[in-house]
Ligand binder design. Structure first.
Ligand SMILES: Cc1cc2nc3c(=O)[nH]c(=O)nc-3n(C[C@H](O)[C@H](O)[C@H](O)COP(=O)(O)O)c2cc1C
Length: 395
């Protein structure tokens, strides 16, 4: 009975959101819709009744589906990907810390209400120092293919201010969340990168903000760096090894996940999974967005997510999955890219992916996207399908 009620409710919410999308959200530019969402989130987060309503919606829309992936225990296998709850940009660490100390503003809108509503969320990316991100229009959408495109450029308050802000709210932090740390853009020296990465982790640990998992983002396509440079053998080994050593030095049993790019060569995926296995990374998030020319200026690139990313991302998962089996690596793969409905989710499940991340689905399916997608998954026992996997990896 309850099952049918939930199905009916999700169908109603889905239909309502479709109307809202058509009549309001898609009537304005993607940029304006994005900015308004942040303002609305920040506004709602001030009110206890909004948080309670989010918790109520969660309790009726989401069926608990306990999932163990990459050394983390989750209540649900669909995780909101990094970039949704990431915080404001600041010009300097001083400005960001002033905002935290004076409690002037909620510098990470969504930190409370979004996990209350959707369950597992990956916060960030946070870099060692604050970033203002790129100027001008930085978000686009392609409604037909259910895609997003962004060149936000790692706008964030910096790891120190983010840690102090979240540290001041420890008792209200969600019971499951990830923290995504991105390598500092514009720093060619890998030793300096490692130092800044370790400092970033240390801020969170110092503040007692201990996530369910950490993610190291090696793959942001929207900064001054070429993300491929961070995914070379020596650099990957040093950064991931350094991250894990640092967690171990604190006796912290928090797993490290690493987020990688789509569109790499097969050999590069093989090399990456080998190194991750060697140093003890627990899960690979495949993938981040794919750099493509922007609709406004073809000389500028921005990361595509959603429908147009699906093929590249799932191909990456297939390469990793086959290599994992052939070499016996003990590492999970978290699919990410173009999961916007039950069928796209099913395709990842067929590659034996236990958990996935989504971002664009929040735009196309609404804030309860994870519950709706889960409810659309064709009922079936999902087992690894090697033929499907081989056929994807042939491309
Ligand atoms: C506006 C926007 C901002 C994003 N910011 C980040 C980020 O800060 N760090 C990160 O690792 N990924 C970021 N991403 C990438 C998403 O986490 C995700 O990997 C990507 O959108 C693919 O998932 P999707 O196809 O479900 O959208 C961002 C994506 C969007 C659309």
């Amino acid at each position: 009975m309850k099952k049918y009620f939930i199905k009916l409710l999700l169908t109603g919410i889905n239909a309502g959101y479709k109307q809202l999308r058509k009549r309001v959200i898609f009537k304005v530019s993607a940029q304006r819709a994005h900015d308004s969402t942040i303002i609305l989130t920040r506004y709602l987060e001030k009110y206890g009744f909004a948080i309670r309503f989010a918790a109520f919606l969660h309790s009726i829309a989401f069926k608990e589906k306990p999932t163990e992936v990459g050394g983390a225990k989750l209540t649900h296998p669909l995780i909101l990907a990094a970039g949704f709850v990431k915080g404001e940009g600041f010009r300097s660490e001083g400005d960001a810390l002033t905002a935290v100390y004076h409690n002037k503003n909620n510098i990470i809108p969504g930190w409370r209400i979004i996990p209350t509503l959707v369950g597992p969320v990956e916060f960030g990316s946070f870099t060692r120092f604050p970033r203002m991100g790129n100027p001008g229009t930085v978000v686009w959408r392609n409604i037909e293919s259910q895609s997003t495109q962004n060149r936000i450029g790692l706008k964030n308050p910096g790891a120190m201010a983010a840690a102090k802000f979240l540290g001041g709210k420890k008792e209200k932090l969600p019971k499951e969340f990830g923290i995504n740390i991105a390598v500092s853009p514009g720093i060619p020296d890998v030793n300096q990168q490692e130092k800044e990465m370790v400092e970033s982790i240390e801020f969170f640990i110092d503040e007692g903000v201990i996530p369910t998992w950490f993610t190291l983002n090696l793959s942001c396509p929207n900064t001054e760096d070429d993300p491929l440079g961070h995914q070379l053998e020596a650099e990957t080994r040093q950064l991931c090894g350094g991250f894990i050593n640092h967690l171990e030095s604190h006796n912290l049993d928090v797993p490290l996940w690493v987020k990688i790019s789509p569109n790499l060569q097969r050999e590069q995926y093989h090399m990456l999974i080998r190194i991750f296995d060697e140093v003890g990374v627990k899960a690979i998030i495949a993938t981040n967005t794919l750099a493509q020319p922007t609709p406004d200026d073809p000389t500028i690139q921005a990361g595509v997510g959603g429908g147009e990313l699906f093929e590249e991302a799932i191909m990456a998962v297939a390469h990793l999955r086959l290599e994992k089996i052939s070499k016996g690596y003990d590492i999970d793969i978290v699919g990410c890219g173009g999961i916007v409905n039950g069928l796209t989710y099913r395709d990842y499940r067929t590659l034996d992916v236990k958990a996935v991340q989504y971002w664009s689905a929040m735009i196309y399916r609404g804030p309860l996207a994870a519950a709706i997608i889960e409810s659309e998954l064709p009922k079936h026992e999902y087992e690894f399908d090697p033929i499907y996997s081989e056929s994807l990896a042939k491309h």
